[in-house]
Design a protein around this ligand. Structure first.
Ligand code: C5P
Length: 217
């Protein structure tokens, strides 16, 4: 019997580090679906795909040569022959990823890849993103929405209010990206049957413990 855990949340909620820790705790594999949208965006930019043209993005998604590892201990994400683990975290990707992720057919393609990866994990998987609890794996054994107040999310990314010009620009980018993403998927409210974990007043270990408790319930 496999264990599938679905975790959604906005950017800066601590989803990725919490999900990896939960995967290690239960000895499961780990799937970062945001990294898939980021890697597809990298691939589109690499081949100068017009990101205002949904058909062009769909064509790229249909031949997207993604190789993604599922170890919670070591990120491995390769497109074709190129290791993109660092490149996909660049601001240029963060600024363009919502355009790619908002194309419905593109989502269908990546969602299928995500379901295949979950099905292929022998013991099970922790999958995290924006639509895992609702669309990708609504029948997961455990589903968690991880949130935190906007202030706390910004602070965790080192973007304190009233900081430098560049930190307030970055802050605006994060807020804008969440606004665009939440038009595609509602990850601001827990769907029925989804456990809400608000980490605003929890430290990292307490957050992991709260998610583990939600899984064991
Ligand atoms: O989680 P992360 O910030 O890396 O996600 C990058 C982007 O990928 C999000 O801003 C969103 O546009 C997209 N995404 C998505 N659905 C998911 C995961 C991520 O649309 N399940």
């Amino acid at each position: 019997n496999k264990l599938v855990v679905a975790i959604d949340g906005p950017s800066g909620s601590g989803k990725s580090s919490v999900s990896k820790a939960v995967a290690r705790h239960f000895n499961l594999q780990y799937l970062d679906t945001g990294a898939m949208y980021r890697a597809l965006t990298w691939y589109c930019l690499k081949q100068q795909t017009d990101l205002t043209n949904p058909e062009a993005i769909i064509a790229a998604a249909e031949k997207f040569p993604l190789h993604q590892g599922t170890s919670p201990d070591e990120e491995s994400i390769v497109v074709g022959e190129t290791d993109v683990a660092e490149a996909i975290r660049e601001p240029g990707i963060s600024g363009s990823v919502s355009a790619v992720a908002s194309v419905p057919r593109v989502r269908e393609i990546l969602i299928q890849m995500q379901r295949d990866a979950i099905a292929a994990a022998p013991r099970g998987m922790v999958a995290e993103g924006r639509d895992i609890t609702t669309v990708v794996a609504p029948d997961a054994d455990a589903r968690v929405l991880l949130t935190a107040s906007e202030e706390v999310r910004m602070a965790r990314r080192g973007l304190q209010l009233g900081g430098t010009q560049s930190s307030s620009d970055l802050q605006k980018q994060v807020v804008q990206r969440d606004a665009k993403d939440s038009k595609v998927n509602n990850f601001t409210e827990a769907a029925e049957g989804v456990a809400l974990v608000d980490s605003s007043d929890l430290d990292f270990d307490q957050t992991i413990a709260a998610v583990i408790a939600a899984v064991e319930k």
